[in-house]
Design a protein around this ligand. Structure first.
Ligand code: ZN
Length: 189
């Protein structure tokens, strides 16, 4: 299946076909990506860092494609789909802003009925908008990890965790406003 690719300034409407993402691990050795070999991986044995990437099947303009994404975009999708039983059937508009190191990904939810009823170019205003920036998305990952810990803490420890979560949320919200987000838009937490 061909891979989804976008150049800077392009966007596409995608219907997610997968119930959930598959996770692959990759090592970057001098600019070349190698699939992690798991238990017997020679790169792991040498202590090489590995990065997770997430794989989903999508349909776009009648074409079935494989979508590879990093942790940041995947985290945004989990926020957008939080109220759904799975990713399957979720329709999003994915936009790429910039190239290379300056790349930012914009993920907007689109109602499935609207996506099918109108041409891609005139898809109605999104119901939620999230721009992935390095600092903000890192904070979102940390917040999600901390919120998982809440159930196992009580008393002062829980109060301390909640204070930390609140500080992270406030900082992420302030960062989003700096990026021109959050004004009149829903912040994803
Ligand atoms: Zn490995």
């Amino acid at each position: 299946m061909p891979f989804l690719q976008l150049a800077g300034g392009q966007s596409r409407v995608l219907e997610i076909l997968s119930e959930e993402a598959k996770v692959q691990f990759q090592h970057w050795i001098q600019g070349v990506g190698f699939e992690c070999g798991g238990d017997k991986c020679p790169f792991c044995a040498q202590g090489a860092r590995k990065n997770a990437r997430f794989v989903m099947q999508v349909r776009s303009q009648g074409e079935d494609l494989t979508w590879l994404m990093g942790k940041r975009v995947y985290t945004m999708l989990t926020f957008i789909s939080a109220a759904r039983p799975s990713f399957k059937g979720l329709v999003v508009k994915l936009s790429r802003i910039g190239e290379g190191k300056d790349t930012q990904w914009l993920v907007e939810e689109v109602k499935a009925s609207e996506a099918q009823a109108v041409p891609v170019a005139s898809v109605p205003a999104p119901t939620s908008t999230v721009v992935v920036s390095e600092a903000v998305s890192q904070a979102l990952v940390e917040i999600a990890q901390m919120e998982k810990l809440r159930g196992s803490l009580t008393g002062d420890a829980l109060a301390g965790l909640d204070a930390t979560i609140k500080a992270l949320k406030d900082k992420a919200a302030a960062d989003m406003v700096k990026l021109g987000l959050g004004q009149g838009e829903e912040i994803p937490f």
